[in-house]
Design a protein. Structure first.
Length: 634
């Protein structure tokens, strides 16, 4: 990049060029580290957001973004707009971006060589594009200004990552098509010129806000001793721009009438504010500065901005000065609107950095008050946001103190707008959780110590109980089902016996004779057999064949079969036969009825087990701890 590409520009012209109708794409403010250049950037951001509330402003600090992960996280946390999107959407963007970037934590280094550092810009840009779609202003390319403080402090690897991978992602996204860039540095070094070239800036506008102190040469020291020479200016005033910029910039035409009118209006507002607050002493003005930020003024609300002592002094002074406030329905104080606007205007002019921080905190605090108006109960949603879902049993297990538990249960009963049903339990709405976590991030409020661990321990305990109960109920269900099946088989057999008894009684011819086989001994065969065996032993004329026959006859003698044909008795018309059949029928009916009643009782027990299983659920209880609550919002 040549010197001609670094165009000297006035700060006023820079504001105009960075506006929605301006043509400046990149600018760098020169000054010492954390000096007037940083203050000028804050003032520039406030001015742009005030002139166009639908603009987006991001300020990145190089000291807090030494890696691609840190850079993307800062982008998500520091994105600001007045009316570009709703505050809830802005908080959701920060939370969702932080959650999607968390897998890259501690993986990508400061350089851009890792595969993770290539994916991070895509994740960031994807979430930003979703945020833009929620904007009430339906434009694909919003008015977006990205500011990076102390650009020269970045390592070569980070500068390469910004100009290469991050820049490529910006160029491919329509949401960043109109993005403007503002940098601060102590000087425009050769490495920054190389960075601007690789990024693709055709021209970078330079504003020397405050000269950088450097070691004087002997010649410069001699010149400094000459009182006739003008002294080096070390502080920034709007009138100093003409003295700092090059002669070429002195020939620029007068500011557009629209910009002059805007500055005149701001000057008039500042004069009116000073005039309105002129009767007050400096200490009283400081009380008004503090009280002008929260809508509802109490010691509790003022402690978000200053120490407990200063908050108490300001609140007590304002409470005694009844002409400056009215009462809110909650008994909090409401500062009169003209005094409030004047105090904010004057404070922003004198302390722009503090004013910017307090404005953001006040906006979140006011929104938090709209959702949860009772100050003494603010600790409850701060702790309930940890829970993915809850019921009164879970709350009783977590809050063992009776007073705390009563406050929590009363809060749940009366905050119907912020409580939603989640299955058979309850939960804070997603919108409420976003507001609570954004409030916690800015106010540094924290949950009850150890509550996270108690929630996890309770879930593990309930998980074990669930497994034991389900196993027990499944065993009981299987046992009852098996018993029902066996009883039904008995009923079927008894009914079949009853039907056969009746049929046999009515149709006796169907009964066939039965053959009964029995065994007895025949003495004659035993004697003949044994005699034949004995003769074969003593007589040579009788051989082994006769002996074998003798043994066979002996065995037949011991096991001689007898066949007996048993004919069933024929039914007659004798009354005693009918009485026997009826008695057997009644006995069988009584038995069948008894078994049927038992089946009905067992079915009722089975239905009860099924209901308990249904109430227990088919899946184990999900973790009670909200996933987003474990990972701080990035």
């Amino acid at each position: 990049m040549n010197e001609e590409d670094l165009k000297n520009t006035e700060l006023k012209d820079l504001k105009t060029g960075l506006s929605i109708s301006g043509k400046i794409r990149a600018a760098i403010l020169l000054g010492p580290r954390d000096g007037k250049a940083s203050e000028a950037v804050v003032d520039l951001g406030n001015s742009i957001l005030q002139n166009n509330p639908e603009s987006f402003w991001i300020n990145i600090d190089s000291s807090k973004s030494e890696s691609p992960y840190d850079w993307c996280s800062q982008f998500a946390r520091n994105l600001r707009t007045n009316k570009g999107v709703a505050l809830t959407e802005l908080a959701k963007f920060a939370l969702n971006t932080g959650k999607s970037l968390s897998p890259f934590r501690n993986k990508a280094g400061t350089g851009g060589d890792s595969e993770d550092s290539e994916k991070m810009p895509g994740e960031l840009i994807s979430h930003f594009e979703k945020l833009i779609k929620s904007s009430p202003v339906k434009i694909s390319s919003p008015h977006l200004i990205l500011s990076i403080n102390n650009l020269n402090d970045y390592s070569d690897e980070m500068l390469a990552w910004i100009s290469d991978r991050l820049n490529s992602g910006f160029r491919e996204s329509t949401a960043f098509k109109g993005c403007r860039f503002v940098f601060t540095s102590d000087q425009v070094s050769d490495r920054l010129k190389t960075f601007f070239d690789s990024f693709g800036f055709e021209k970078v506008h330079v504003v020397e806000v405050e000269p950088v102190a450097r070691k004087k040469t002997e010649e410069e020291a001699n010149q400094a001793d000459n009182k006739s020479e003008p002294q080096l200016k070390t502080s920034f005033r709007p009138t100093d721009i003409q003295e700092i910029n090059s002669p070429k910039s002195l020939k620029k035409s007068a500011l557009p009438s629209k910009l002059m009118k805007l500055e005149d209006n701001q000057r008039m507002e500042l004069q009116e504010a000073e005039s309105l607050l002129s009767p007050f002493k400096q200490e009283e003005k400081e009380h008004l500065f503090l009280a002008s930020y929260p809508t509802r003024i109490s010691r509790y609300s003022l402690e978000h901005f200053e120490s407990d002592r200063k908050a108490a002094l300001s609140y007590n002074w304002l409470k005694r000065t009844k002409s400056l406030h009215t009462l809110h329905e909650s008994k909090d104080l409401l500062l009169k609107e003209d005094i409030r606007i004047a105090a904010r205007t004057l404070h922003a002019n004198k302390f722009p950095a503090i004013s910017d921080k307090w404005c953001t905190l006040a906006s979140v605090l006011d929104t938090f008050h709209q959702y949860f108006p009772t100050d003494k109960n603010h600790w409850i949603p701060i702790n309930l946001q940890l829970l993915e879902s809850f019921d009164k049993r879970i709350l009783r297990q977590l809050f063992v103190d009776s007073d705390e538990l009563n406050d929590v249960l009363n809060f749940v009963d009366h905050q119907e707008e912020q409580i939603v049903e989640k299955g058979n339990r309850m939960s804070l709405s997603d919108e409420s959780k976003l507001i609570i976590r954004r409030y916690m991030e800015l106010s540094e409020k924290s949950c009850i110590p150890g509550l996270n661990d108690r929630i996890r321990a309770l879930w593990l305990k309930d998980l074990d109980h669930y497994k034991l109960q389900k196993a027990k109920m499944l065993d009981e269900k299987e046992s009852i089902t098996s018993e029902i099946q066996g009883t039904l088989e008995q009923v079927a057999n008894l009914k079949e016996l009853k039907d056969n008894l009746t049929e046999n009684f009515r149709n006796p011819k169907r009964n066939k004779p039965e053959k009964l086989y029995t065994f007895s001994s025949s003495k004659a065969l035993i004697v003949i057999g044994l005699g034949t065996v004995g003769i074969s032993l003593f007589a040579d004329s009788v051989g082994s064949y006769h002996a074998a026959c003798g043994l066979a006859l002996t065995l037949f003698g011991y096991f001689w079969p007898n066949v007996e044909i048993k004919r069933p008795a024929l039914a007659t018309a004798d009354p005693r036969s009918n009485l026997a059949i009826e008695t057997q029928h009644r006995s069988l009916n009584h038995r069948v009825g008894s078994l049927s009643n038992r089946v009905q009782v067992m079915k009722a027990n089975l239905d009860a087990v099924d209901k308990q299983l249904s109430k227990l659920g088919g899946d184990p209880p999900l973790p009670y701890l909200d996933d987003d609550s474990d990972e701080p919002a990035e």
